[in-house]
Design a protein around this ligand. Structure first.
Ligand code: HEM
Length: 227
């Protein structure tokens, strides 16, 4: 156990925890995105999918929720601790701070990450708990008496500021994943420096797929394709 405590205390250990928990998050968003795209099949399919998650698969979902909550808490905690360490190592900022090789994605990791955290809290209160219910549709049921999550999604994204908030948050999610996926592979030693960084292209592909897959839902509602 002491090896784990030593690893946890070291800077590289914290980076490894960030990388592993980040990859768990990427796995979740890919599965969640595929689930969401069923909204294009129609109300029956989407409500049935949600009912399955809350019914027969409820225990599996709870197991995954616990893994995800632990991963998010550790990810945020490590980000906080690594930021504090970086600040302690260089209390006075660089006098010249013209970006040289950094990308916009890498420079927005910290406050972009905070914005994503705000989004996730809002999002769970919106579609899972229903405390935030801008469309007054959370408690509706469909023709089969199931929770009409499809109707809630459609009614919510018809409200311009809800769609705008989700669309902007998805841009930050894409940027976070672009840099995060790549740097986690670097931390774990999977991606070695090379003149043809394949891993960079894989990260870009993951970021674009996730960004587009999520963004298509509010865009589909705005365009009237999902109604
Ligand atoms: C347009 C984008 C999105 C849509 C339409 C969407 C839709 C939904 C819906 C309908 C639910 C409730 C499912 C149910 O209870 O039956 C949900 C839950 C959830 N979503 Fe999303 N989602 C989106 C983006 C995201 C993103 C980007 C993340 C994470 C970064 C995320 C994380 C979650 C989490 C953690 C839950 C709670 C799962 C649970 O414990 O039940 N969602 N989402």
């Amino acid at each position: 156990m002491s090896w784990f405590v030593n690893l946890y205390r070291s800077t590289i250990g914290k980076k490894i925890i960030m990388a592993v928990t980040g990859l768990i998050g990427i796995g979740f968003v890919l599965v969640h995105m595929l689930g969401n795209l069923q909204v294009f099949i129609g109300q029956d399919k989407f409500d049935a999918y949600a009912a399955m998650l809350h019914g027969p698969l409820a225990e599996v979902v709870w197991g995954l929720r616990i893994v995800l909550i632990v991963a998010v808490v550790l990810h945020v905690l490590m980000a906080w601790q690594l930021t504090q360490r970086a600040r302690a190592a260089r209390p006075v900022d660089y006098r010249m701070r013209e970006p040289q090789v950094s990308t916009w994605a890498s420079r927005t990791m910290r406050w972009g990450g905070v914005l994503l955290l705000v989004f996730i809290v809002f999002h769970i209160l919106h579609f899972t708990v229903g405390v935030i219910d801008p469309a007054h549709a959370f408690h509706e049921t469909d023709a089969l008496g199931r929770h009409d999550i499809y109707g809630d999604v459609v009614a919510s994204f018809r409200i311009w500021w809800v769609s705008a908030f989700y669309i902007v948050a998805m841009i930050f999610l894409g940027l976070h994943l672009f840099h995060g996926a790549w740097s986690s592979l670097r931390t774990l030693g999977v991606a070695h420096p090379s003149a043809h960084p394949l891993k960079r292209r894989i990260s870009a592909a993951i970021a674009i797929i996730v960004w587009l897959g999520f963004t298509l839902v509010p865009l589909g509602v705005i365009a009237g394709i999902v109604h």
